[in-house]
Design a protein around this ligand. Structure first.
Ligand SMILES: C[S@@+](CC[C@H](N)C(=O)[O-])C[C@H]1O[C@@H](n2cnc3c(N)ncnc32)[C@H](O)[C@@H]1O
Length: 245
């Protein structure tokens, strides 16, 4: 499918997101709107603050379906921004794509709709997210083009042509290690799309974001040593990289 049509389909109804949510969660439209309304605050309230030992536990065990709601509300209310990230992705995606921390599947679905993409490997630590996107991909007739994993190792793929990691790095306890891992599974001409927001917000709206100075500094050391940026003209914070060293 042509990239413009893919983006238009996202703008129209976020790839049928609301219908998918209502069906997957077995709730009526009116309850769905309530479910989405306070999603961001409810997710923030679930965070145990400094008591959390491992960041991964929050996404694996604590968020339940609240993270689905938070991500869905965000993709619906900020659809122009999300559409720009899709434009970026459609410019650079090719062949075997890793979508790391794929969330509710917007980027995986757009990639699977693209003729330039052979297969999408959707990795997310959260089982509800994986099951939701599996349901969505079957419903959209993309069941054969996306497969689902808890970790990169589970994919059994040694090299990917494209790595998509959008709005995930600030959720990891060690984002620089993640950059090292991506580096190992990229070829010399693979493209990687990254963004990050190492900030908890002016009013602690994002208590789950990592912001420790030493962790953030180490992230930039690895990024600047191992990756080189590829220019793109879209005015968003997401960047495209290739391997440098
Ligand atoms: C803010 S969401 C971003 C989702 C999606 N990439 C997007 O742009 O909408 C972060 C996602 O990363 C996932 N995640 C967090 N830690 C992870 C880990 N260690 N491995 C894989 N996925 C992880 C969460 O479950 C969640 O779906």
């Amino acid at each position: 499918m042509e990239n413009k049509i893919i983006i238009d389909q996202f703008i129209e109804n976020a790839f049928q997101l609301k219908e998918h949510l209502a069906h997957f969660l077995s709730i009526e439209q009116i309850e769905l709107d309530k479910f989405l309304e306070n999603a961001k605050l409810e997710l923030a309230n679930l965070h145990p603050g400094d008591n959390l030992i491992d960041c991964a536990d929050f996404y694996k065990d604590i968020v339940g379906d609240k993270h689905l709601a938070d991500l869905a509300a965000w993709h619906i209310s900020s659809k122009e921004y999300i559409a720009d990230t899709l434009k970026l992705q459609q410019m650079f995606s090719k062949n075997l794509v890793l979508d790391f921390g794929g969330g509710i599947g917007t980027h995986a679905i757009a990639n699977a709709l693209s003729d330039d993409v052979e297969h999408v490997f959707f990795v997310d630590i959260n089982k509800t997210n994986r099951e939701f996107v599996r349901y969505r991909s079957r419903n959209l007739g993309l069941g054969k083009k996306i497969s689902f994993y808890n970790s990169i190792e589970d994919t059994n793929i040694s090299k990917f042509d494209t790595v998509v990691c959008l709005d995930v790095l600030e959720h990891l306890s060690n984002p620089s290690d993640q950059l090292e891992t991506f580096h190992k599974i990229m070829k010399n001409d693979s493209n990687a799309l990254f963004n990050w927001y190492f900030y908890k917000g002016d009013n602690n709206e994002y208590p789950f974001h990592i912001d420790k100075k030493d962790i953030v500094n180490r992230f930039f050391e690895v990024l600047q040593k191992k990756y080189i940026e590829v220019f793109h003209p879209i005015l968003i914070t997401a960047r495209c990289y290739r391997k440098f060293s």
